[in-house]
Write a protein that binds this ligand. Sequence first.
Ligand code: UDP
Ligand code: MG
Length: 315
Amino acid sequence: MITYSIIIPVYNEEANLPEMYRRVVQVIEGLDGPAELVLIDDGSQDRSLAILDELHQRDPRVHYLSLARNFGHQIAVTAGLQYAQGEAVVIMDADLQDPPELLPQLIEKWRAGYHVVYAQRVSRAKESWFKKLMAYGFYRILNRFTDVTIPTDTGDFCLMSRQVVDILNSMPEKHRYIRGLRAWVGFPQTAVQFKRDPRFAGDVKYTFRKSLNLAIDGIISLSRKPLKIATYLGLITALVAIAMIILVLFWRIYNAPAQLIGYTLITIAIFFLGAVQLICLGILGEYIGRIYDEVKQRPLYTIKKAAGFDEISQS
Ligand code: UDP
Ligand code: MG
């Protein structure tokens, strides 16, 4: 029986793995039950997979999965959740931004009866002001739009009970915003605060595009409010159109000198309506695209190699 599973997604993290392993092992040796490391190689192109294999040969507590290509962080974590066997499951990054030394505190809360213990950052060391601003704005929009409350300044770094993990694993959706699903599940949840360290080595793997996609996934997977924006925009333009009709009629009837009438007004109207229509189409497209992804019923990921797990094969 494994008590603790520690899921760590790895994408081109060769420079971080040895130090990450050293620090995690130091922590799990002090825990009150057996632990496993569930490392997921998300299609790395560097030596990450070879290092994972070495660690696995050396230490039977190291289990790893290798995805057949880069599927992205959220899918890598999902794969880890499906393979993890522990009673309590921890998710953290491979770059040591999430300090493994916080584990005993997370576990303490779990022992006290909480099903989800998320780590909440109180400071973000050495992250650009742009990233901080984006994160600040995003979490506020997200909570305004969605019915579940996602605590601000939390990421995927957390501990979840077996019950919660089983529920997450039973959700078939393809676009997975784990911190949203985790909040949606319910159960007693609590926070433990920590200071987010800078990356130990290597570059950020979350490009701006990946972060933006994650943000859109977060909002759309949890909320239908963006569709209402389309309706509201439609209503507002209808009002503008009525105002313009009245204005034009007024000018005609009273033969007022109407300098505004003419190409300027028409051009503005065309551009304005075009923009509104495109925005609405875009919002609709986001939802329709997701319906398309769901009906295709493809597996979430493909596995090149799995090592250390008890003959289970889920996908
Ligand atoms: N990661 C991954 N697949 C990806 C991108 C990132 O598995 O396509 C992993 C990465 O190796 C790291 C974690 O996700 O362990 C967080 O990535 P990063 O540190 O670049 O993001 P940030 O700290 O900015 O959230
Ligand atoms: Mg990081």
